[in-house]
Design a protein around this ligand. Structure first.
Ligand code: FRU
Length: 485
C-alpha cells in the first residue's frame, strides 16, 4: 500500500513541478516547431505511437535539472506532427523495480488501451515493465516487471538490457530488447507474448559483431516497401571513413523478414544522419501509409546547452522516410508546408565572392538552395551569421565533401564542431535547410543524406550569405515557419 502512495506522490510531484516551473523560461527562448521539454532535461523519444487518432510522443525526462538524472517519461501529443500539445508527465521512477529510472521504450494501442513498454532500472539490473493508460494517465501493471534480465541467455550482460520495441503480429506481441554480449558486441533479444503479461524469450534476433559498437540501444523494426528495416543506436562505435563516427551512432539495416519472429537477414549498416546531434530515433506508420521518424537532437558527448537555460534537449522535425535503391531518404513531414509564410525567392543568382540576398535571413526558416552543376571548387552558406558569429555549410565539390562547421556559432567549450559527409559531385546539388533557433537540419538532394546539428548562437543573429569562387544558384527559396507550441 505504501508503494502505491509513494508512486502517485512522485508522479504528482513531477507534474506540479513542471507546471509551476515552466513559466521561468523566457518568452522567445524556445524553438517554435520542435518538441522541447517543459522544463529540465530531455533525451530519447519514447512510445512514439498513434492512440485514438492522435500521435503521442513520450521522452526521457528529468524535470528537476538540465542534466540527465532519474528518468521520468515526459509526454506530448499532436494531430499534425508540427503543433504539439504538452501533456502531464506520464511516468515517474517510483516502484521497487524502476526506482533507478524509467528508461526508454515503445508503445502501441491495443483493445482501446494505450500500452507503454519501458525499461525499469533497479540497482545494476535492467528489467522490462508495462504501463497501461488512456492517453493521459498511465498505471504500471501489477505483474511488473514482465521480463527480468535472467531471461537472457548465457553470455549476455544483464546490466545492459533495455529499450524494448513492441509490436503485434497476428495474435502475438513481440518485443525486441537492446542488449550486449560478453564479447562487447551489441545484440537484440526477441521475446513473445500472447497477452502482454507473460513473455517468453525466443532468441537472440540479431548481433552486431565487432563493427557496430558495444551495446545496441533503442531498436526499431518495421516494414517498408516489401523490405524490413532495423534501426539501432550503438554505443562506442569507431568511425569508418565518413560513414560512421566515434561514439554513439544511429544506424539502419535494410533486410528481409519472414514474420512471426523468424528469418531475419539484413544488409550492411548505414548512417541515418551525418550531423553532430542525432540519436535514438523511433518511427511510426501512419494510417495514410507513411513511415515517420523522430530523433533526439543532441549528442551524449557534446553537451552544448547554455548554462543559464532551464531546459535542455529537443527532438528533430518528424521526417517522412522512403526507400530508394535500398537506402533511406528522409524529408520533413509534408504538414510543415502548412506553416510556411512570407515566401522570398530568387532564381539564377550568380555568386562570385560573398552575396547576401534581401529577405533571405532568419532563424525560423525553411530554405531551399540549388547550386547548378559547374566547375566551382567550394560553395559555402553562412547561417546565423553576424559580425561575431557564423555557422557554415561548406560543399567542397572537388573532394565531394559536405561539412557542417559550427566552430564560430558562439559555443564556449572546446567541443566537436565539425562533421562531414561525402556528396558526389554529379549534377546540381539541392540543399534544404530547416532552422528553428538552435536546430539546424540539412537535407541534401531530396533527403538522400541528412545532417542534424545544434547551435546556440544568440537568437537575434540571423544573417545568411552565400560564398563561392563561381557558382550559379538555380533557386533560393525561403519561408518563415512559425508554429508557436
Ligand atoms: C539512449 C539511452 C537508452 C536508455 C536511456 C536512458 O540514449 O541510453 O539506452 O534507455 O538513454 O535515459
Amino acid at each position: 500500500m505504501m508503494m502505491k502512495n509513494e508512486t502517485s506522490e512522485a508522479l504528482q510531484h513531477a507534474r506540479n513541478y513542471e507546471t509551476e516551473k515552466q513559466s521561468v523560461i523566457p518568452d522567445g527562448q524556445k524553438p517554435s516547431f520542435h518538441v522541447t521539454p517543459k522544463i529540465g532535461w530531455m533525451n530519447d523519444p519514447n512510445g512514439f505511437s498513434i492512440y485514438q487518432e492522435e500521435v503521442h510522443l513520450f521522452f526521457q525526462y528529468h524535470p528537476y535539472s538540465t542534466k540527465w538524472g532519474p528518468m521520468h517519461w515526459g509526454h506530448v501529443k499532436t494531430k499534425d506532427f508540427i503543433k504539439w500539445e504538452e501533456m502531464p508527465c506520464a511516468l515517474a521512477p517510483d516502484t521497487a523495480y524502476d526506482h533507478g529510472g524509467c528508461f526508454s521504450g515503445n508503445a502501441l494501442a491495443a483493445d482501446g488501451k494505450h500500452i507503454l513498454m519501458y525499461t525499469g532500472v533497479c540497482g545494476p539490473e535492467q528489467v522490462q515493465g508495462i504501463a497501461v493508460g488512456d492517453g493521459r494517465d498511465y498505471e504500471k501493471m501489477p505483474g511488473n516487471p514482465v521480463i527480468r534480465s535472467d531471461a537472457l541467455p548465457e553470455g549476455s550482460v544483464r546490466e545492459d538490457f533495455r529499450d524494448p520495441k513492441i509490436w503485434k503480429e497476428g495474435n502475438t506481441y513481440y518485443a525486441l530488447v537492446g542488449s550486449r554480449n560478453a564479447a562487447f558486441a551489441g545484440q537484440l533479444a526477441l521475446f513473445s507474448s500472447a497477452d502482454i503479461k507473460d513473455w517468453q524469450f525466443e532468441r537472440i534476433f540479431d548481433e552486431g559483431g565487432k563493427d557496430y559498437g558495444t551495446m545496441w540501444e533503442c531498436p526499431d523494426f518495421f516494414p517498408m516497401d516489401g523490405k524490413q528495416v532495423l534501426i539501432v543506436s550503438p554505443q562506442y562505435m569507431r568511425a569508418k571513413g565518413l560513414e560512421f563516427h566515434n561514439g554513439n551512432n544511429s544506424l539502419y539495416f535494410v533486410g528481409d523478414y519472414e514474420g512471426a519472429g523468424k528469418g531475419w537477414k539484413r544488409g550492411e549498416g548505414r548512417s541515418l544522419d551525418y550531423g553532430l546531434d542525432f540519436y535514438a530515433p523511433q518511427t511510426i506508420g501512419t494510417p495514410d501509409g507513411r513511415r515517420i521518424l523522430i530523433g533526439w537532437m543532441q549528442s551524449w558527448d557534446n553537451y552544448l546547452t547554455p548554462e543559464d537555460f532551464q531546459w535542455s534537449g529537443m527532438m528533430t522535425i518528424p521526417r517522412e522516410l522512403t526507400l530508394a535503391n535500398g537506402k533511406i531518404r528522409q524529408l520533413p513531414v509534408r504538414e510543415l508546408e502548412h506553416y510556411r509564410t512570407g515566401k522570398v525567392e530568387y532564381h539564377q543568382v550568380p555568386v562570385a565572392g560573398e552575396v547576401q540576398l534581401t529577405g533571405i535571413r532568419g532563424r525560423n526558416i525553411d530554405l531551399t538552395v540549388t547550386v547548378e552543376d559547374g566547375s566551382y571548387s567550394v560553395f559555402t552558406i553562412k547561417l546565423a551569421a553576424g559580425p561575431d558569429y557564423e555557422t557554415r555549410l561548406v560543399y567542397d565539390r572537388v573532394r565531394g565533401m559536405f561539412t557542417t562547421d559550427r566552430t564560430y556559432s558562439g559555443g564556449r567549450k572546446d567541443l566537436l564542431s565539425q562533421r562531414s559527409m561525402y556528396v558526389k559531385p554529379e549534377g546540381k546539388i539541392k540543399i534544404r535547410i530547416l532552422m528553428d533557433l538552435y536546430a539546424l537540419e540539412v537535407f541534401v538532394n531530396d533527403g538522400e543524406q541528412v545532417m542534424t546539428s545544434l547551435l546556440y548562437t544568440p537568437v537575434e543573429v540571423d544573417g545568411i550569405s552565400f560564398l563561392c569562387d563561381s557558382c550559379l544558384l538555380g533557386d533560393v527559396i525561403k519561408y518563415e515557419i512559425t508554429a508557436k507550441q
